[in-house]
Design a protein around this ligand. Structure first.
Ligand SMILES: [Zn+2]
Length: 457
């Protein structure tokens, strides 16, 4: 490859996108420029000083997970890490000393921080992968971050914390952007009711399950009454109707919840059992909106490779919301089953005019799939193109931590410890702890206690 072909992040769309990322994180006054060969330069328009960052052309344009990985202890050079040292340094097996060198022109950083940021945020690593799970998802276990033990570290954010210190030492009077931690709970509405929205035959089957598998004969006896009473609104006794409780808990914590609705059917066995136009769903949407919480889209199972289908389902949601007088400043959501293929899934959200997507976590392990817990503008590493869409990385789905098929930490102390660790990590880098908790996973008292404790931690 020639230098021009492989130096993607040193020019054009990728450089402009990285410039916007640096500006959004540190200061809009900073400029990211092409510099002498092998370096990118962060500078100020009025300054003849700068931060020269090594920029290696080949490493971070690779779409596999076999890159080397090293670590750097910032404290040995007098810098303050956001988390416990050392910081992972994906993409290199050599960390020189010093890594950050003071020169007469400013600073030189001998690690391709910007290339690493490009690689993590654009999800270049995942392009054209065939090592997928049974839902055709790129699994955590195949990722570089998991293999090198840093999936639970927001490496992009950790390096930005270091970069902020370098900028501050060079230009002490430059005001850097202050970010604040936030907790963002969201809820995919896969099954809004256990007994509503079903045929009578299916109801009998569910009741049999209550008796035989769940050992809840009393609930089974109530089922026909709940089923019959779910025609206009969700029945208050339906065990999956936890929406009011979820909103109560969010309001007690001064935060809002987002509820994502399935608005199409592309695989009957995997998609919702409700029609989004059903009076009970409309009633639920009106109540969510009236209480100041958010409504969003949960594109159905087989849409992740079909941008047109995501557009159609988004139009369906917006049309119902318009009919119900529901107006929101912005719209977003998450893919059902966290199904995602880089870059095609981006275009469904982009073409639907949605503001954000919050799919990107792994189903099999929690943590920082994109290396960050800060929202950022999406980038297509194949077409070399920046998008309007913003990526809001998901940090954990409840069942990833709790369910036997994934981490199997149950509903007690071990699960709480893991959720709180992740939340504290997000707080340390002043990002967002985006948490997915399904309405169906709050049936049991111990799950409600756990959820409340996570929100209050
Ligand atoms: Zn779902």
């Amino acid at each position: 490859m020639t230098q021009i072909d492989s130096c993607r992040m040193q020019s054009g769309a990728a450089l402009a996108w990285l410039n916007s990322i640096v500006g959004g994180r540190l200061s809009r006054h900073l400029l990211l420029l092409q510099s002498e060969p092998g370096y990118l330069l962060i500078t100020l328009p009025s300054s003849d000083m700068g931060i020269y960052i090594e920029s290696d052309c080949a490493t971070f344009t690779q779409a596999h997970s076999e890159l080397p990985c090293s670590h750097w202890d910032a404290t040995t050079e007098g810098w303050q890490p956001a988390l416990h040292p050392p910081i992972p340094a994906p993409g290199t097996d050599k960390i020189p000393f010093p890594l950050i060198e003071r020169t007469e022109k400013g600073y030189v950083i001998h690690y391709d921080i910007l290339g690493m940021i490009y690689w993590m945020l654009s999800r270049q690593e995942e392009v054209n992968r065939s090592d997928l799970d049974s839902h055709q998802r790129f699994p955590a276990t195949a990722s570089h971050a998991y293999k090198h033990g840093y999936l639970e570290r927001p490496v992009v954010d950790e390096w930005f914390v270091i970069l902020a210190q370098v900028v501050h030492r060079l230009w002490p009077r430059l005001e850097l952007i202050e970010h604040t931690f936030s907790m963002i709970p969201s809820h995919d509405v896969d099954t809004p009711a256990r007994y509503g929205f079903t045929s009578f035959g299916r109801l009998l089957f569910t009741m049999a399950g209550d008796v035989v598998r769940r050992h809840k004969p009393i609930e089974a006896l109530q089922a026909p009454r709940i089923w019959a009473g779910s025609k206009e609104m969700l029945h208050s006794a339906d065990p999956f109707n936890t929406f009011n409780w979820i909103m109560d808990v969010s309001e007690q914590n001064g935060i809002t919840s987002a509820f994502y609705f399935i608005c199409g059917r592309t695989l009957r066995s995997r998609d919702a059992n409700y029609d989004v136009r059903h009076p009970a769903i409309r009633d639920l949407m009106r109540r969510i909106h009236a209480r100041g919480h958010e409504i969003g889209l949960h594109p159905s199972y087989n849409t992740y490779q079909k941008p047109d289908s995501i557009v159609t389902e988004a139009q369906e949601l917006l049309s119902i919301c318009t009919e119900e007088g529901i107006v929101q400043r912005e719209w977003g959501g998450r893919m059902h089953y966290l199904r995602w293929q880089t870059p095609i899934t981006l275009y469904g959200w982009e073409q639907a005019g949605m503001a954000y997507d919050t799919t990107l976590s792994y189903a099999d392990r929690p943590g920082f799939r994109c290396g960050t817990c800060h929202e950022y503008p999406a980038f297509d590493p194949v077409a070399d193109k920046a998008l309007q869409l913003r990526i809001r990385p998901l940090i954990a789905m409840e069942c990833t931590v709790m369910a036997p098929r994934y981490m199997n930490l149950g509903s007690d102390e071990a699960a709480l410890k893991k959720f709180v660790e992740l939340k504290e990590t997000c707080r340390s880098v002043r990002g967002n702890f985006a948490l997915l908790w399904h309405n169906t996973m709050l049936e049991r008292k111990q799950d409600r206690i756990l959820y409340k404790n996570v929100l209050e931690a």
